[in-house]
Design a binder for this molecule. Structure first.
Ligand SMILES: NC(=O)c1ccc[n+]([C@@H]2O[C@H](COP(=O)([O-])OP(=O)(O)OC[C@H]3O[C@@H](n4cnc5c(N)ncnc54)[C@H](O)[C@@H]3O)[C@@H](O)[C@H]2O)c1
Length: 258
């Protein structure tokens, strides 16, 4: 039995990396997925990559998570197409790596606006749509929201905010049977991390070795690792799980040594 049979799902940031992997996995598991992204061409490519059967279960649309009217419209679009909304995956995010002393106010504001305000807006309007019959919110946070991360002075605080937003949603949603959980990936192989590695002063080989050095299981995460966690949290297998910040981190949060 498909684990998301007939569930209606929105994935933001669906045009790349984790969003694309989650869209594909959710469709494989029977969901109808609205793949939303600020980059319409990449959202379209995500849907076209599903093959004929999968394409019938998915649609794409352009949206900017920082614009409230876009967040309202994406929820209305999913309901107009498929009759309801069961799962919101608020995944869209950006990075602006810089030590705090060099972080511009513009970069700080941009990262907070997309990574925290954008999640708030998507969750708010999904929550309103789910109050009648329940639902699931999955927010994409990060390990950088669980501890300090030098060089991620805007990104980490935004992700910490996502975790606290998620816990509050879990408490406010419980009486409506709305569950809310945050996923906290460590370094995962996506275009975002490729750009981070390419922009570093050290060579790409040195940077990758450094990133892997933080991970007891000895490799970077894959988008499929994160999609598996998202599938679990979105499915009824996690029916009693809410308010969690769920690391997908190869053991990083377990501590040091070994
Ligand atoms: N890759 C990692 O190592 C990692 C680790 C922890 C958390 N994350 C988080 O996972 C999420 C996905 O990251 P990724 O690695 O797949 O990145 P990515 O850059 O590959 O994909 C991000 C997608 O979000 C879209 N997007 C950006 N701004 C948007 C906006 N305003 N509105 C709508 N869409 C927008 C982009 O067009 C892109 O398609 C992000 O929230 C990121 O912070 C990633």
């Amino acid at each position: 039995m498909a684990r998301l049979a007939n569930k209606v799902v929105i994935v933001t940031g669906a045009g790349s990396g984790l969003g694309r992997a989650m869209t594909h996995r959710f469709v494989d598991e029977g969901a109808q997925v609205l793949a939303a992204d600020i980059n319409e061409a990449s959202a379209r490519a995500t849907v076209e990559g599903l093959g004929e059967a999968g394409t019938a279960q998915a649609a794409f649309r352009r949206m900017d998570v920082a614009r409230e009217e876009d967040c309202i419209a994406v929820v209305e679009d999913a309901i107009a197409r498929w009759g309801r909304l069961d799962v919101m995956v608020a995944n869209a995010g950006i990075g602006a790596p810089a030590p705090i002393a060099n972080l511009t106010l513009d970069d700080w504001t941009r990262v907070l606006t997309v990574n925290l305000t954008g999640v708030f807006l998507c969750d708010k309007h999904a929550f309103r749509a789910m109050r009648q019959s329940g639902g699931v919110i999955v927010n994409m946070a990060s390990i950088a929201g669980l501890h300090g991360s030098p060089g991620l002075g805007a990104y980490g605080p935004a992700k910490a905010g996502v975790i606290e937003l998620t816990k509050t949603l879990a408490l406010e949603g419980a009486r409506f049977n709305i569950r809310a959980n945050a996923i906290c990936p460590i370094w995962t192989q996506t275009p975002m991390v490729d750009a981070f590695v390419a922009g570093a002063a050290a060579s790409p080989e040195t940077m990758r070795a450094r990133l892997i050095g933080d991970i007891p299981l000895g490799r970077l995460g894959t988008p499929e690792d994160v999609a598996s966690a998202a599938l679990y949290l979105a499915s009824d297998d996690a029916a009693f799980i809410t308010g969690l910040a769920f690391p997908v981190d190869g053991g990083h949060m377990a501590g040091q040594g070994g």
